[in-house]
Design a protein around this ligand. Structure first.
Ligand code: AMP
Length: 271
């Protein structure tokens, strides 16, 4: 609920309602835009939780990237930002509180047509980002939300980075199960890191298990670096050959041979 601690949201314009969830830097609330009577989400980020320059960069990049990418049907829309000395507030399109991560944790694997529909929406969002020269760099199920009509919305652009013709990126960002091998190797990399992560998500949606698994972060990294992609028959028996072929092209160790988001989208003409 609204409190003295949250002065950066314009109290005249918005009424803060119940909490929807908590992330690394802040808390997300449902909020009401008084004039229009429309519901949105408000993400309140307390600056004291941002401990280093990387955290502070996240806070600057997220609204900038979201504004730059808007509007797109599969990218979470940013509606407003407020700032005071202690807090930055992002007013966002309201989604369901359950992310793809929650759905996969609760329900396990999805039927292929459902997984394909979500994969297509994710690739639509990615192709848009990449066409505008922005890599997300932290594609994972926790960052995939759903609106009331169950449309997928890519969110959390705090790790995003601009790239360009011949301009590569560096720095270890991402989340162990989903991070591309070239990132772990500390190499320069390009926007194809997002295609790898999306391939890992599609694999997990189809099977209920991640393709590269380990008991610790270093074991997961070792498995990612080996990139030994397998389709155990018991689990993948019902998954189509074109779906497995697409996964091989997305979860390809060599980024120069890895399919682009736009090329991957062209495989979905039948869905
Ligand atoms: P985040 O700080 O972005 O990681 O968000 C933390 C949690 O808040 C998420 O896991 C969701 O459950 C919820 N959440 C974030 N953004 C929204 C939104 N726009 N609409 C509804 N729930 C959200």
């Amino acid at each position: 609920m609204w409190s003295e601690e949250t002065p950066s949201l314009n109290n005249q314009q918005y009424q803060l309602l119940q909490e929807l969830g908590r992330g690394r830097f802040g808390t997300v609330f449902r909020c009401l835009h008084r004039a229009s009577n429309r519901l949105h989400a408000a993400k309140l980020i307390h600056k004291r939780h941002l401990t280093d320059s990387t955290d502070r960069r996240c806070l600057q990049v997220e609204p900038k990237a979201m504004t730059f990418l808007s509007p797109h049907p599969n990218i979470l829309q940013i509606i407003d930002t407020f700032e005071d000395a202690d807090t930055t507030t992002l007013v966002l399109e309201l989604c369901q509180r359950r992310t793809l991560f929650d759905r996969l944790s609760d329900d396990g694997a999805l039927p292929e047509p459902h997984a394909a529909s979500l994969a297509k929406q994710l690739l639509e969002a990615l192709a848009h980002c990449h066409a505008l020269g922005l890599a997300h760099r932290d594609i994972k199920p926790d960052n995939l939300l759903f609106d009331d009509a169950n449309n997928l919305k890519l969110s959390d652009f705090g790790s995003a980075e601009w790239f360009g013709e011949g301009v590569t990126m560096s720095g270890v960002v991402g989340t162990p199960y989903y991070v591309a091998p070239e990132v772990i190797m500390g190499r320069e990399y390009d926007e194809k890191v997002d295609v790898w992560s999306s391939g890992v998500i599609v694999y997990t949606m189809l099977s209920g298990i991640p393709p590269f698994y380990g008991e610790s972060v270093s074991e997961i990294f070792e498995a990612v670096l080996r990139a030994n992609l397998r389709f155990p028959t018991t689990i993948f028996r019902t998954v189509s050959a074109p779906a497995k072929d697409l996964l091989r092209k997305m979860i390809c160790r060599d980024p120069s041979r890895r399919i682009s988001a736009q090329q991957a989208l062209s495989k979905f003409i039948f869905y």
